[in-house]
Design a protein around this ligand. Structure first.
Ligand code: SF4
Length: 256
């Protein structure tokens, strides 16, 4: 990922051609730095240690769980993987289990046939090319069948503690709805978010945004009266300007 550094200078190009300028507009974010800092400060008070909700027991099972979670809910994936990971928590055991038996475990998840094929193929590749270990870099991770940039980002962050922003449906919606980091593609949103989120908040930002989207700024109807950033939010969809009390949420609410 290209991580653009924050601008260190406000100098504008001298006598630049107006047509050229339009091609690469120096768009200002709708939010000030102080507002963005405050948004993430409040999220950090609400959920000091946000956690992902996909159950896994090691980096390999995390890769599998994330690969299975495309177009499925975390709860649905967890239901299927609880039993699966008891019998297959390494690439070797997954290959030994085989595609047909794997299908039996995951057939409640959408696109299960395709996903089963990918899980067996990625297990085989891990054994053949990575000594059975999950690699740590994005470049290596995306060589695994069924693993795209989003899955790689989740694995890097959750398994190895490397700050990344995997833009899922919630993050994509929030970035655009709030006009915080508007973009037409997940990559565009990822790049913009990564640039504006203060470094100290980057590691947890992914989960804060997902959980905010899942439990408060919901897809169909945002619950603005329960929102701790309602006074800062610049979404045309918001229905309330008064922020909800800023308190740490009990752990059970984090898990939903
Ligand atoms: S005020 Fe409403 S629209 Fe804005 S972030 Fe909160 S829930 Fe979402």
């Amino acid at each position: 990922m290209t991580i653009a550094k924050p601008k260190s200078s406000t100098q504008s190009p001298k006598k630049s051609n107006p047509v050229e300028r339009r091609k690469t507009p120096a768009r200002r974010n709708l939010y000030t730095r102080a507002e963005i800092e405050e948004i993430f400060r409040r999220f950090s008070v609400q959920r000091p240690e946000p956690k992902g909700e996909l159950e896994h027991v090691n980096p390999f099972t995390l890769v599998v769980a994330v690969a299975l979670s495309a177009q499925a809910t975390d709860a649905g994936v967890n239901k299927a993987t609880r039993a699966l990971f008891k019998v297959a928590d390494t690439p070797e055991k997954m290959v030994a289990l085989g595609e047909e038996k794997l299908v039996d475990y995951i057939k409640t998840i959408g696109l299960f046939r395709n996903k089963a094929r990918n899980v067996i193929a990625l297990s085989q590749k891990l054994i053949a090319d990575f000594d059975g270990q999950v690699p740590r870099t994005r470049e290596e991770l995306i060589t695994l069948p069924g693993v795209g940039r989003k899955t790689a980002n989740v694995v890097m962050s959750m398994a190895f503690g490397i700050p990344t922003l995997a833009v899922d449906t919630h993050i994509f919606r929030i970035a655009n709805r709030l006009r915080l980091a508007p973009g037409k593609t997940p990559d565009e949103v990822e790049d913009k978010l990564f640039r504006i989120i203060p470094e100290k908040y980057r590691f947890h930002a992914h989960h804060w945004l997902i959980l905010h989207g899942r439990y408060c700024c919901k897809a169909r109807k945002p619950e603005c009266e329960r929102c701790v950033i309602a006074d800062i939010c610049k979404s045309p969809e918001k229905t309330c300007d008064i922020p909800a009390p800023l308190v740490e949420l009990p752990p059970q609410i984090i898990g939903g």
